[in-house]
Write a protein that binds this ligand. Structure first.
Ligand code: NAD
Length: 243
C-alpha cells in the first residue's frame, strides 16, 4: 500500500486530504504541530473505517525535526511515496506593520516547511526512482494580495520552488505539483465575517467559496497516477475568482 505524509493535517484542507488518502487505502502519516487532540481524533476517525494512520508531531519549520518525522513515518509504514506540503500560516497585515519576525516566520513555515520535508523525503524517492509531491500555494501567490505581502510572497515562492524542483527531479521519476486555492472555508478564514464570505462568493463565477474537501480532491488528483504525465503544474482551485 502507498504511504503519504501530509503536513498540517489536524484540520482544514490537510485533514480533508488525510481522510481522502486514507479512504483510498494510503497508509497516512498525519503531521500536526500543536493540535494533538484534533490529530488523534482524526486518527480514530480513519481507523473507524478501516484505514491506517499515525499522528506525528512536529513543526515543519524545524529542519532536523522534519528528517525525524519522515523517519518515524517510514518506520511505521515503509517508504513515503507521496508528500503533501500543506502546513501554512497566514500573515494579514499592512506591509508597513509586517515585522522582520512576521516575515521570517511566514517564510520559515510556508516555504521552509516544504524545503525541509522535501529534503527529508527526496533521497529515498530518488533512490527508488518514484515519488509524488504536492505543495499547497494560494491564489495570492499568483496574483498578490493587498495586506498579505509576506503571505503572497511566500506562496509565490512555493510556485517557483515547485517548478524548479519538478525540472530537477523529473528525470528521477518524481513529480512535483502545486495547487493554488482561492477562498476555502477553513479556520484560516475564520476572521472573515458572514458578509465578507458572501461578498467573496459574489465575486466568484461559481458563486460560492470552496470547501476543504474540494481542495483535497485536487491534491489527491495531482498526487495520484491519474496525473502521471503532469509535473510542475499550478492547479487553480478557486471557483474562477482568478483565471
Ligand atoms: P488551517 O489554518 O485550518 O490549516 C493549517 C494547518 O497547518 C493547521 O493544521 C496548522 O496547525 C498547520 N501548521 C501551521 N504551522 C505549522 C507548522 N509550523 N508545522 C506544522 N503544521 C503547521 O488552514 P487551511 O486553509 O486548511 O490551510 C492549509 C493550506 O492551504 C495552507 O498552506 C494555506 O496557506 C493554504 N491555503 C488556504 C486557503 C484558504 O482559503 N483556506 C487558500 C489558499 C491557500
Amino acid at each position: 500500500m502507498p504511504t503519504v505524509f501530509i503536513t498540517g493535517a489536524s484540520r482544514g484542507i490537510g485533514r480533508a486530504a488525510a481522510l481522502l488518502f486514507a479512504g483510498h487505502g494510503y497508509l497516512t502519516a498525519v503531521n500536526y504541530s500543536r493540535s494533538e487532540a484534533e490529530a488523534l481524533s482524526l486518527i480514530d476517525e480513519i481507523r473507524s473505517f478501516g484505514g491506517h494512520a499515525v499522528a506525528i508531531q512536529g513543526d515543519v519549520s524545524d529542519f532536523a525535526r522534519c528528517a525525524e518525522m519522515i523517519k518515524e513515518a517510514e518506520d511505521a509504514f515503509g517508504p513515503v511515496d507521496t508528500l503533501i506540503n500543506n502546513a501554512g500560516i497566514s500573515c494579514d497585515k499592512l506591509f508597513t506593520d509586517t515585522s522582520p519576525e512576521d516575515w521570517s516566520r511566514t517564510f520559515a513555515v510556508n516555504v521552509g516547511g516544504a524545503y525541509n520535508c522535501c529534503r527529508a523525503v527526496l533521497p529515498g524517492m530518488i533512490s527508488r526512482k518514484r515519488g509524488s509531491i504536492v505543495n499547497v500555494s494560494s491564489m495570492w501567490g499568483v496574483t498578490g494580495g493587498s495586506c498579505e505581502v509576506a503571505y503572497s510572497a511566500s506562496k509565490a515562492a512555493v510556485i517557483g520552488f515547485t517548478k524548479a524542483l519538478a525540472k530537477e527531479i523529473g528525470p528521477s521519476g518524481i513529480r512535483v505539483n502545486c495547487i493554488a486555492p482561492g477562498v476555502i472555508d477553513t479556520d484560516m478564514n475564520s476572521r472573515l465575517s458572514t458578509d465578507d464570505k458572501a461578498a467573496l462568493a459574489g465575486e466568484t463565477p461559481l458563486c460560492r467559496i470552496g470547501t476543504p474537501e474540494e481542495a483535497a480532491e485536487a491534491i489527491f488528483y495531482l498526487a495520484s497516477d491519474k496525473a502521471r504525465f503532469i509535473t510542475g503544474a499550478v492547479l487553480n482551485v478557486n471557483g474562477g475568482i482568478v483565471i
